[in-house]
Design a protein around this ligand. Structure first.
Ligand SMILES: C[S@@+](CC[C@H](N)C(=O)[O-])C[C@H]1O[C@@H](n2cnc3c(N)ncnc32)[C@H](O)[C@@H]1O
Length: 346
C-alpha cells in the first residue's frame, strides 16, 4: 500500500533523474498538491491513491506516479496550451489550476489509474530483441513463434526483421565489444499480448511526455509503423492479463511460443508479481526456447535498462547487459553473462 509520503518521495526522486524530457516541472507542481493534502489530512489525490492501492496492491509506486501523471496530462488537453505545463508560470499558480482540474475530473482520473497502465511504446526498444533473437534463431535455423508481453502499440513484434527500422535506429545504439549485424530469420507467428483496452492509440499518445523530445519519439513511432515490412508483418493480438499466471502459461503453451519478449512491463509491478510472471513464462517455454526481458533500472528512477535472458525452465536471469538509456539511444554495456551467452547461443 503506497502512502502519499511514498508518492511524494518518488516525485522528488523523479525530479532528480538526469533526463528531464518535460516531466520534471510537473512533478514539482504535483508534489506541492500532495504536500497541501498531507497538511490538510485529506484531499482528492489522497483518495485516488488509497483507492488505487486497495484495488491494485501490486503496482510499484514509480508506475503509479507515472500513470497518475499521464491521466492528469490527458485531462489537461494539449500540453502546449495547458497552464499546468507552462514552465514560465510559478509553481503555486500551476498547482491552483491543477487542483481545480482534478476537482472537476476526479471520476475520470480514478478510472484511468484503476484500469490503465503506462503504455508508452518505443520505436527503438526492438533493437535489443532484434539482435539477440535473430542471432539466436539463425544459429539453429529455428522458426520463431513469438509472443511479446505488454506489447503496448504492438510495434515491437512487427519491427523484428525490418531492415528499414534497423538501419534507421541501430546506429543510435552501440554494443560494447560487439557489432551485431542485421540478420533476418523466419517468424512463423507473431503475437502481441496486452490487457484491455488493447491498442488504444489515443491513450498511447497521452503516454508521451510534454516536450519536443517526446514529440520526436512519437514521430519515430508513426514512421516505424509506416514501413512496408512493418505494415506487412502479420500480428495477432491477445488480451491476456499477465497477473494471471495460469492463464498466461496456458496461452503460451497452447500457441507453442518458443521465444517470448517483454519490454518495460515488469517494473510496473512489485517483485513478487514479477517473479510469478517470469516463472509462468520460463515454465511454458519448450526446450531451446528463449525469454528476453528489458526493464528499467531502478524502476524508472535511474537512467537505463537491464537486458536479461532466461532459458526454458530456469527463472535465474542471465545478465546480458545494460542499455544506457531506456529509449535505447546510447550504448549497451555488456553484462557478466554476455560473453558466455554469445559464445554458446548467438
Ligand atoms: C510501458 S508499456 C511498454 C510497451 C512496449 N513493450 C515497449 O517497450 O515499448 C507497458 C505495457 O505493458 C502492458 N501491461 C502492463 N501490465 C499488464 C498486464 N498485467 N497484462 C498485460 N499487459 C500489461 C501495458 O498495458 C502497456 O501497454
Amino acid at each position: 500500500m503506497a502512502t502519499t509520503a511514498e508518492v511524494r518521495s518518488t516525485l522528488r526522486d523523479l525530479q532528480r533523474h538526469p533526463h528531464d524530457h518535460g516531466w520534471h516541472p510537473f512533478y514539482a507542481v504535483l508534489d506541492s498538491l500532495f504536500a497541501a493534502e498531507e497538511k490538510a489530512g485529506h484531499g482528492p489525490l489522497t483518495r485516488i491513491t488509497e483507492t488505487c492501492y486497495e484495488n491494485r496492491p501490486s503496482l510499484t509506486v514509480s508506475h503509479f506516479v507515472t500513470l497518475l501523471c499521464i491521466a492528469l496530462k490527458e485531462m489537461s488537453g494539449d500540453w502546449r496550451n495547458a497552464p499546468v505545463f507552462d514552465r514560465t508560470l510559478p509553481v503555486e499558480q500551476r498547482a491552483e489550476v491543477l487542483r481545480d482540474e482534478i476537482d472537476d475530473n476526479r471520476k475520470t482520473i480514478l478510472e484511468r489509474v484503476l484500469t490503465r497502465q503506462n503504455s508508452f511504446s518505443s520505436a527503438r526498444r526492438f533493437l535489443i530483441p532484434q539482435v539477440l533473437i535473430s542471432h539466436f534463431a539463425a544459429r539453429t535455423r529455428m522458426s520463431v513463434r513469438l509472443a511479446d508481453l505488454g506489447t503496448g502499440a504492438g510495434l515491437l513484434p512487427r519491427q523484428l526483421n525490418s531492415r528499414s527500422n534497423y538501419e534507421r535506429f541501430a546506429p543510435g545504439l552501440t554494443w560494447q565489444g560487439w557489432e551485431p549485424s542485421f540478420v533476418e530469420v523466419d517468424y512463423a507467428e507473431r503475437w502481441g499480448v496486452d490487457r484491455t483496452p488493447v491498442e488504444d492509440k489515443a491513450w498511447i499518445r497521452h503516454c508521451y511526455g510534454p516536450s519536443a523530445y517526446y514529440d520526436e519519439r512519437y514521430e519515430e513511432l508513426a514512421w516505424a509503423f509506416d514501413q512496408p515490412e512493418v505494415l506487412d508483418a502479420k500480428l495477432h493480438m491477445a488480451d491476456v492479463d499477465l497477473l494471471g499466471p495460469d492463464k498466461l502459461a496456458r496461452f503460451l503453451r497452447e500457441n507453442r511460443f518458443n521465444v517470448v519478449t517483454c519490454s518495460f512491463v515488469l517494473y510496473q509491478y512489485e517483485q513478487a508479481a514479477r517473479e510469478t510472471i517470469i516463472a509462468a513464462v520460463v515454465g511454458a517455454l519448450p526446450p531451446q526456447g528463449l525469454f528476453v526481458s528489458l526493464e528499467p533500472t531502478g524502476d524508472l528512477l535511474t537512467p537505463g535498462a537491464a537486458i536479461r535472458a532466461y532459458h526454458p525452465g530456469d527463472a535465474t536471469p542471465l545478465d546480458i547487459g545494460e542499455v544506457s538509456d531506456g529509449h535505447c539511444i546510447g550504448k549497451v554495456t555488456a553484462g557478466s553473462d554476455f560473453d558466455a551467452f554469445r559464445r554458446d547461443f548467438l
